[in-house]
Design a protein around this ligand. Structure first.
Ligand SMILES: C[S@@+](CC[C@H](N)C(=O)[O-])C[C@H]1O[C@@H](n2cnc3c(N)ncnc32)[C@H](O)[C@@H]1O
Length: 301
């Protein structure tokens, strides 16, 4: 991935590394790119860096995450100032930067879900993984070796991010089904739901996992409306597949993208490549055939 593509923070499940492969399955020009499960928006950012779409829609059920993206894109200076204040504070907070993380986490859990607090927690927590307990509180631990992105580095990333997406991006924090109900022909929907089996419960407003059957029903609606879509959905490591395939009744095809060597297998002295599935709608396939641009599926399918 090019060094010129900005990112805000490490985020578990991010598609940053796979973005060039995923983008090769998208048309060159898109009216509106919609991400119902945006996370940290790696695909939208990579697409914007190639000026693929006129408009972007970022949605994620996690409202503080979307508020963070919105602030970063629309008010980067405010976010930078507030983050810098919190970040610097960790070095004098009772001589213990780990305790500072717990202090900010406590504030976040007591209603101060500001974009800067969210960014700091994500930047400092283990694996950039958002975790909420059954009581709805953010309960991920700090990574004791990390202090989080420096304000200097953040400033560069914010400037690039904002210049790519400001004035072109709509933000929402709804269940993905509402977004798909409103999708229309001309949109390209890129979906990256949580891995099957991941049930990261917060409360009804936040993640409770995505049901396989509900998800498949929503895709059927896109098929009926003739809306173009791409779906990242589980995959395999070595010989071992994980997750169920989407139903064969859907009008889409599947390819496997090479996501590199599994770090867990490497630690165990094995060399295993991880593959992630990408489904693309038949309407998208027809588009590529009509413009004579056959992407990689010919080779991988
Ligand atoms: C695998 S992550 C997406 C990562 C993203 N592609 C990236 O590159 O950063 C899945 C996202 O789905 C969101 N999510 C979970 N359930 C959802 C739902 N019902 N509706 C919308 N978003 C949901 C989670 O908050 C999480 O950020």
């Amino acid at each position: 991935m090019s060094k010129n593509i900005p990112h805000l923070v490490q985020y578990q499940g991010s598609k940053r590394i796979l973005a060039p492969q995923i983008l090769s399955y998208m048309p060159r020009r898109i009216k509106r790119l919609v991400e119902p499960f945006s996370g940290m928006a790696a695909i939208t950012i990579a697409a914007a860096a190639e000026m693929r779409a006129n408009q972007y829609h970022l949605n994620d059920l996690n409202a503080p995450l979307i508020a963070l993206l919105q602030e970063a894109i629309e008010k980067p200076t405010e976010l930078l100032n507030e983050y810098s204040r919190i970040w610097k504070d960790q070095f004098c907070y009772k001589d213990d930067h780990v305790q500072h993380f717990y202090f900010v986490r406590e504030k976040f859990n007591n209603g101060e879900e500001s974009p800067a607090n969210m960014l700091y927690l994500l930047a400092r927590c283990v694996k950039g993984a958002v975790r909420y307990g059954k009581n709805g509180k953010f309960n991920q631990s700090p990574d004791k070796r990390r202090h989080g992105m420096t304000p200097q580095k953040l400033e560069q990333n914010l400037a690039m991010l904002s210049s790519l997406l400001k004035g072109k991006t709509f933000f929402s924090s709804l269940d993905y089904r509402e977004i798909l109900e409103n999708a229309k022909p001309g949109d390209l929907i890129y979906m990256d739901p949580p891995y099957q089996g991941v049930s990261n419960v917060r409360d009804n407003r936040y993640f409770a996992g995505v049901s396989f059957d509900d998800f498949a029903k929503s895709i059927e609606v896109l098929d009926r409306k003739g809306v173009d879509y791409l779906i990242s959905y589980d995959g395999m490591c070595g010989e071992k597949g994980y997750g169920r395939d989407l139903p064969s009744t859907l009008n889409c095809s599947k390819v496997l993208l090479n996501a590199g060597c599994s770090s867990q297998a490497t630690l165990m002295g094995q060399h295993k490549v991880t593959y992630e599935a990408l489904y693309f709608s038949d309407s998208l396939k027809k588009h590529f055939v009509s413009v004579g641009q056959l992407p990689l599926w010919e080779k991988i399918a």
